[in-house]
Design a protein around this ligand. Structure first.
Ligand SMILES: Cc1cc2nc3c(=O)[nH]c(=O)nc-3n(C[C@H](O)[C@H](O)[C@H](O)COP(=O)(O)OP(=O)(O)OC[C@H]3O[C@@H](n4cnc5c(N)ncnc54)[C@H](O)[C@@H]3O)c2cc1C
Length: 473
């Protein structure tokens, strides 16, 4: 290899000579890539097309030894370093400009122990990989709602999905992690072993090292579950949302109902004349017996006069992919997110106002219902502290061309600003965009100071800074 000029963590350039690069390369099972190499563009491309960065070096890892080698190399040369799992993070923190990218996306193994009901997961696995293996045994753990999301980043930020109300956040089901820390050590963390690190990893995002293996508790689920959609026109949204917030208060933990307001996609169960018009959709999921589920979701079918519904018993794996077509990679995306403990009349009115002026047909506002088991742990039991959140709201600006950037971003910011007085002030760290460094403290909440102390213990030089960063104190 020839020399490479690369950015250091402090921003300055450093030139790495051929001997150093050859030494790194020769010890890898995976590949060392530079611009122009086959696989380089794939490695630097992530879900959000707004992020277009060019690392100087990519270590495409095949195993833990590659990760350890990359971390040691990055620390020795004090390089700007980023870590990529599934590449979904909206802020694009997985990719650094001009630095070293540790690409884990090739490490996707998921091993299920059906007797112990435990999953061992490599850090490049997607939710789809996980569900495929776990559902072969009728098992699952709470993960997100889009099958191409990475298990790693989702878990490190806390994670929630369709059956979090029953079994908690993803981190509440995490049993152990293997980590390569900034000093290149292999460390196992559990509730008993390196407990400070295990506490910090459960919501402290990628600040504390590279996780090389996740171990999750599994629960029986499905494989067939009751799930589906009920859709109303926007003119019924205010009434439907007011009924929804009452309904949510007495809902059992096996049932989850999210709501999304957007333009109707061309779904086959919707009449063609409503395609492209503004709607409110309720997405229903029941984690238990389907007959009990039908009773539990019945009120949602009577919030107004539905323009369409599609409810049935279907494989959980398929439900986990149901929203993939609306969330394909390659679009431009900008998010703003709030946590809510309840939906006030004002928040409902503002939501409807913003949905009446969607700047692109792909934009949407959703309220993901959590609550239930996610609220049981104390706020300081894990780094994730937002145990009061009933709803995670995300205004999802999504569009196709750079020419639309400004109007879509302004729309999302406007909704965020206007609804802020009705929200908790807390935010889910995994929904922060790259321009929200002023909200990092709000994301870690009262646990921020403790996280900063643990950061100093495990990463005193802030090698892992490409994340919603906690500076070591
Ligand atoms: C379409 C879509 C749907 C989503 N739905 C949900 C949802 O339902 N529920 C939910 O909770 N979240 C959801 N999210 C948010 C998601 O949890 C975050 O985007 C998360 O960061 C994705 O993880 P990733 O591995 O794909 O991300 P990446 O972009 O690869 O990584 C994000 C960050 O995590 C860190 N990281 C990744 N892997 C490691 C590792 N092995 N060790 C140390 N640090 C690491 C790095 O700091 C990296 O910058 C969704 C995101 C998208 C885009």
């Amino acid at each position: 290899m020839t020399t490479v000029t690369i950015r250091r963590g402090d921003g300055g350039p450093v030139t790495l000579d051929a001997a150093a690069l050859d030494n790194l390369k020769s010890g890898l099972r995976g590949r060392l890539l530079v611009a122009g190499d086959d696989g380089y563009d794939k490695a630097r491309t992530i879900w959000n097309a707004m992020i277009d960065r060019r690392p100087a070096l990519v270590v495409h890892c095949e195993g833990v030894s590659d990760i350890q080698r990359a971390v040691n190399f990055a620390r020795t040369h004090a390089l700007l370093t980023s870590v990529k799992g599934g590449g979904h993070n909206i802020a694009g923190s997985a990719i650094c400009d001009g630095g070293l990218l540790i690409d884990l996306s090739g490490m996707r193994a998921v091993r299920i122990d059906p007797l112990a009901r435990v999953a061992h997961v490599e850090p490049g696995a997607t939710l789809g990989d996980f569900d495929c293996e776990a559902q072969a045994f009728g098992l699952a753990t709470p993960l997100g709602i889009n099958s191409t999301t990475g298990v790693a980043g989702l878990t490190l930020g806390a994670g929630f999905g369709w059956f979090s109300r029953k079994h908690g956040m993803t981190i509440d089901n995490l049993l152990a992690v293997d980590v390569i820390t900034a000093d290149g050590r292999f460390v196992r963390a559990t509730a008993k072993e390196n407990a400070d690190l295990f506490w910090a990893i459960r919501g402290g995002s990628g600040n504390f090292g590279v996780v090389t293996r996740f171990e999750f508790q599994l629960h029986p689920l499905g494989p067939e579950v009751l799930s589906g959609l009920v859709v109303y026109p926007l003119k019924e949204a205010a009434s439907a949302l007011k009924q929804y917030r009452q309904y949510a208060k007495q809902l059992g933990e096996e049932t989850t109902v999210w709501t999304v307001l957007r333009k109707a996609p061309p779904l086959p169960f919707l009449p063609s004349e409503v395609h492209g018009t503004e709607i409110i959709a309720f997405a229903l999921f029941h984690a238990g017996n389907p007959d009990a589920g039908r009773k539990a979701i019945e009120p949602v079918r009577h919030f107004g006069t539905p323009i369409g519904e599609h409810i049935g018993v279907q494989p959980y794996r398929l439900w986990q992919q149901a929203f993939d077509p609306l969330l394909t990679p390659g679009a431009r995306n900008y998010w703003k997110s709030h946590n809510f403990t309840d939906l006030s009349d004002e928040a409902i009115d503002i939501t409807i106002k913003y949905v009446s002026k969607l700047p692109s047909p792909h934009c949407e506002i959703f309220f993901g219902m959590i609550g239930g088991a996610t609220m049981r742990p104390a706020p300081d039991a894990t780094a994730y502290s937002h145990r009061n959140a009933q709803y995670v709201c995300n205004v999802h600006g999504r569009w196709e061309t750079a020419a639309e950037d400004q109007k879509c971003i302004e729309w999302a910011r406007g909704f965020f600003r206007d609804t802020a007085p009705h929200a908790t002030g807390g935010v889910y760290v995994n929904f922060l965009t790259e321009d929200e460094s002023d909200r990092i403290k709000a994301a870690y909440g009262p646990n921020f100071d403790r996280l900063a102390v643990i950061k100093k213990r495990y990463d005193p030089q802030n090698l892992f800074r490409m994340n919603q960063n906690i500076k070591p104190v």
